[in-house]
Ligand binder design. Structure first.
Ligand SMILES: Cc1cc2nc3c(=O)[nH]c(=O)nc-3n(C[C@H](O)[C@H](O)[C@H](O)COP(=O)(O)OP(=O)(O)OC[C@H]3O[C@@H](n4cnc5c(N)ncnc54)[C@H](O)[C@@H]3O)c2cc1C
Length: 396
């Protein structure tokens, strides 16, 4: 593949030089020329007013795919025949995207003995369910699942494919993107449609969380994105809804290079942060590891679980399983209480969809107050015990 420059057509206007994000283009004798920094991203192709630039072959093939691919798909992961909540969240978001594009919403279900889940996917808004139900798919196997999903994509040509940024999704989806020769944006926090260009706008934190980048995949299809659990709103269930079930039979010879014989559950520390309705988070403002006794006490009183910032985890005060944020868990509880948490952007991306956010911080300018429903400026060691005492009082 290469960037082709038609010197006859090139007028030397310099639009491509200005647009190139990699400084890979320059003008020589009033004609564009390319250097080795070119990544074939295609930005220059889009801006050239003379149509003098083309990414060899890929442009034509990919343009065809963009023109013919239709529909929004959600990969409905399941474990032991149970759909995790992220599937309902993806179908909720997928439904909005499909409505904007004026296309169908479909779900893809792979496994063994899972056909009963199709009804649930219809109830969550899928109009079509693509099902591959086969003993070889009983345990998740990234090779085989990727092969089957890539085949379904090649057969039906969706324009968008969404999956959960779960352990399973993170292992599977990059393989599928590679097999389908398309792009993938991981860990999106926002998804929308640019109707004019029929493109999926995929927003996610970038450069260590310091900026929010919106990424598009203009040429290849499907446009693929993963979304963390608890970031999008769940689809409303429509009891008894039905749809089209398309089954795919796997041929006898299809096999993966590896075979999963058994699944064994991890016995490590498990903190059910993502499903908790109340999370009390301790930050570096606690000042010492014993500060988590207060956090634990408050979590216990409220029937919640203990979360932590990376600051507190890095200080060795609590295990990583409790970390909330970009490199920890994404949570969306009914109630989030932050004690001594500054509200760094990498923390906020993991908790800002919480319904009610209460922040206690001694610094009135702490960024967490910008997202807090209730902000209390003060020393957490005075405020938190006062909150607990009031709670006791209210409970009589
Ligand atoms: C690539 C990358 C990924 C990251 N991922 C994550 C992540 O997943 N999760 C995460 O949390 N961070 C993450 N971080 C780190 C993040 O940038 C912050 O450094 C971290 O969140 C800060 O933790 P903190 O709020 O506990 O500490 P600090 O920023 O030090 O804030 C402590 C706060 O406590 C307040 N305080 C101090 N004493 C008291 C008191 N007695 N009473 C009340 N308030 C008090 C202070 O005013 C201050 O606002 C990441 C950073 C990078 C670069």
């Amino acid at each position: 593949m290469a960037l082709l420059i038609d010197k006859q057509k090139c007028s030397g206007c310099g639009a491509c030089v200005e647009a190139c994000p990699f400084e890979a283009l320059s003008l020589a004798d009033d004609k564009a020329q390319v250097n080795e920094a070119c990544t074939l991203c295609g930005t220059c192709v889009d801006v050239c007013p003379e149509g003098a630039l083309a990414v060899e072959e890929v442009t034509r093939a990919a343009d065809d795919r963009a023109a013919t691919s239709r529909g929004v798909w959600v990969f409905a992961e399941q474990r032991d025949g149970v759909l995790p909540e992220v599937v309902a969240e993806l179908l909720g978001q997928g439904g909005r995207l499909a409505a904007d594009l004026g296309v169908e919403l479909s779900a893809v279900l792979l496994g063994h003995g899972v056909s009963g889940l199709a009804g649930e996917l219809f109830a969550l808004g899928a109009q079509t369910v693509y099902l591959a139900d086969d003993p070889r798919l009983q345990y998740f196997n990234d090779d085989l699942y990727a092969e089957v999903l890539a085949r379904l994509i090649a057969l039906h040509g969706p324009e968008v494919l969404l999956a959960g940024a779960t352990a399973l999704g993170r292992s599977l989806i990059p393989r599928v993107a590679t097999a389908a020769a398309t792009g993938l944006t991981a860990d999106c926090t926002g998804l929308a449609i640019d109707n004019q260009r029929r493109l999926l706008l995929q927003t996610r934190p970038a450069f260590g969380g310091n900026i929010m980048a919106t990424i598009v995949c203009p040429l290849a299809r499907p446009q693929m994105a993963t979304v963390r659990p608890r970031v999008m709103k769940k689809a409303q269930r429509q009891e008894g809804a039905s749809g089209r079930l398309v089954t795919m039979n796997l041929e006898a010879g299809l096999a993966a290079a590896t075979q999963v014989l058994e699944m064994v559950r991890s016995l490590g520390e498990e903190v059910n942060l993502t499903a908790a309705e109340v999370v009390v988070v301790g930050g570096r403002g606690l000042g010492k590891p014993e500060g988590f006794d207060l956090v634990r006490h408050m979590a216990q009183e409220l029937g919640g679980v203990v979360g932590a910032t990376r600051g507190a985890v890095d200080a060795g005060w609590i295990g990583h399983a409790h970390q909330v944020g970009q490199t920890g868990r994404t949570i969306g509880p009914k109630l989030y209480i932050g004690l001594g948490v500054s509200g760094a952007v990498q923390h906020l991306v993991g908790m800002q969809s919480s319904e009610v956010i209460v922040a206690v911080n001694s610094d009135p300018n702490a960024p967490i107050f910008q997202v807090a429903t209730y902000g209390i400026v003060g020393d957490l060691y005075s405020v938190a015990p006062a909150m607990l005492a009031r709670l006791k009082e209210l409970r009589g």
